[in-house]
Design a protein around this ligand. Sequence first.
Ligand code: KMH
Length: 239
Amino acid sequence: MFVQVAVNGSRTRADHHRVPLSAEDIAADAVACSEAGAAALHIHPRDVSGRETLEGTVVEQVCKAIRRRTSLPIGLTTELSIAGSPARRMQLVRQWSTLPDYVTVNVAEAGWDELARWALDQGMGVEAGVWTVSDVRRLALSGLDGALTRILVEPIDQSRTTALATIEHLHQALDLCELRSPRLQHTEDDSGWTVVADALKRGLQTRVGLEDMLTLPDGTRVESNADLVTFALHNDLTV
Ligand SMILES: C[C@H](N)CC(=O)CC(=O)O
């Protein structure tokens, strides 16, 4: 079972007191998640004030702090809202001197394909996030499928029922377009565990973490990212 952990996203300490923000906190969290059985990381680097950033100095600190302590593959966000514009995003990532193992690229965002091709040219992996059937078509037309680390199937801001319907449409479109990259399925908040359970039923990779959910399926608040990983790996969510 492949469970990635999204340790922080845009969450703040007001959301959860143990959201890791500094490079050292993220590295310590990564170690705990690795020991709990996580297969890979998804991280939003933060500056000293805790704000999300794609600045090269912070990316370097985060990657180096993690690699000093664990060999878990490191994935970084490239969310457009963090950089502000596609041009600024490219300017920032081109300054990275230490590279993560892969980046997440949202196909709905302007400039996604230039960013994905640049990342592949640098030897990084690319996770391509698809939110709609239009994203799937765009991804198919790009011809990037064979080069991707995985496709992220991500219904955004949807109720449980709507999320499951969207997922079904996304998989049908991916099949129709014959996109063969491994699929990881996840979403956030109330629908998070429903979508994880559906991923496991389908035999797909999935993702948990404080970015995606702050509670267990029964509403109990979790203490840490490692608790979420442990729960996903040691409970039969498919029943
Ligand atoms: C909508 C999701 N938060 C997208 C995600 O988790 C990947 C990313 O950082 O770009």
